[in-house]
Design a protein around this ligand. Structure first.
Ligand SMILES: Cc1ncc(COP(=O)(O)O)c(C=O)c1O
Length: 370
């Protein structure tokens, strides 16, 4: 039986009746953009994250871009982030004319390494974008301490980590703002693109809210230019319906991760580490296979009908689009090695133990045959 990486249709099945009723209600209401459905979701998300405000936007990328714009990041500014991430982080920084600055990562949890981060800070550093990769939070208490002492802003990229915690505090609640994507593969997922910014800074929330609609003020006046970063009412309603089930779904992901750990720990793969005081949400269950074994394992899984994927095969500093920044291979050895060795195995809340056993058996067969 093939095993997919994600269960995108399964994830929505229990909610189809609620979706249909909600879609009919929205169709009748004519409230398609922003309006009460968006406001309701924003309030629920803010409450969930333990912050004062949430602003729904079109995607995770929009959330980051808009937040950087609202902080006034632009030419001459440096923004520090991780090289092991999706391109949207450094991409958004570069699109604003600022310079993405990369630091190396921690080899155990794949998030920014504090010492490397600190060594990148200059008097041009305007912001830090720590990425909570795979669903586990960065060391936000230390990062906030570093940043606050120097007047640097922090935007937490929680795209893969909604519901994750550090010392009981939610992802998104540490930084000046937190960024979320509700892309269909995320733990809280829309039926299309959607995202949000969360913050307890009322002034920043107000600015982001205005800039989400071009910066428009009453009378079609504009002081600070924004863009169209709006979320649809239908996506907001889908998210409201699903947010109520997020914690139970995270619990199932954690149970599956624990089961994988127990069944794979004696093999030559490194299973994910849940660092101190963290609640990992396992948006990805990422193992590490050393000595060139990752790609052959991936090919074996593929032959068994099991989907797996590499997040991310090319560290951002080596992407062609950032060649002008002048980074060379070898500058971030930990991130580069991780890019060669990490592999995400199937994990989704609706995954059955039988499906997971197939993955485990296929991985074990690979190492037995080696
Ligand atoms: C870490 C990370 N950040 C950002 C994004 C982008 O989010 P979106 O596709 O909603 O713009 C993704 C998702 O694909 C991601 O994995």
């Amino acid at each position: 039986m093939p095993v997919p990486l994600y269960g995108l249709t399964e994830n929505n099945l229990p909610h189809l009746a609620a979706f249909r009723a909600a879609f009919a209600e929205i169709a009748d209401s004519g409230q398609f953009i922003l309006g009460p459905y968006v406001a309701e979701f924003e309030q629920q998300l803010a409450e969930y994250c333990g912050v004062e405000h949430a602003v729904g936007v079109g995607s995770g990328t929009d959330a980051l871009m808009l937040s950087l714009m609202a902080l006034g990041v632009g030419p001459g500014d440096e923004v520090i982030t991780s090289p092991l991430s999706y391109v949207h982080t450094a991409g958004s920084i570069a699109r604003l004319g600022a310079t993405p600055v990369f630091c190396d990562i921690n080899p155990r949890i794949y998030n920014v390494a504090i010492e490397s981060l600190e060594s990148c800070i200059t008097d041009k550093t305007r912001a830090i974008v720590p990425v909570h990769l795979y669903g586990q939070m960065c060391k936000m208490d230390t990062i906030m301490d570093l940043a606050r002492r120097r007047g640097i802003k922090v935007l937490e990229d929680g795209d893969q980590a909604v519901g994750a915690k550090l010392d009981g505090k939610m992802a998104g609640a540490f930084g000046d703002a937190g960024i979320f994507s509700f892309f269909p593969t995320k733990n809280l997922s829309a039926m299309g693109d959607a995202g949000a910014v969360v913050t307890s800074d009322g002034e920043l929330a107000e600015k982001i809210r205005r800039m989400r609609v071009h910066g428009l003020e009453p009378g079609y006046r504009v002081k600070t230019l924004g863009g169209n970063f709006r979320i649809d009412a239908i996506q907001a309603k889908v998210l409201s319906i699903k947010l109520a089930h997020l914690d139970e779904q995270t619990a199932r992901r954690r149970e599956l991760a624990d089961r994988y750990n127990r069944h794979l720990e004696d093999l030559q793969v490194s299973t994910p580490v849940e660092a101190e005081k963290r609640i990992h949400t396992y948006n990805h269950y990422t193992v590490r296979v050393r000595s060139g074994g990752r790609d052959p394992l991936m090919a074996h899984l593929d032959a068994c009908g099991i989907e797996s994927r590499v997040y991310y095969p090319v560290p951002l500093h080596l992407l062609d689009c950032f060649a002008h920044l002048g980074y060379q291979r070898g500058e971030f050895p930990v991130a580069e090695q991780a890019a060669d060795e990490v592999l995400a195995l199937p994990i989704f809340p609706e995954m059955t133990n039988a499906q997971q056993d197939e993955v485990v058996d296929a991985v074990r067969d690979y190492f037995r045959a080696e």
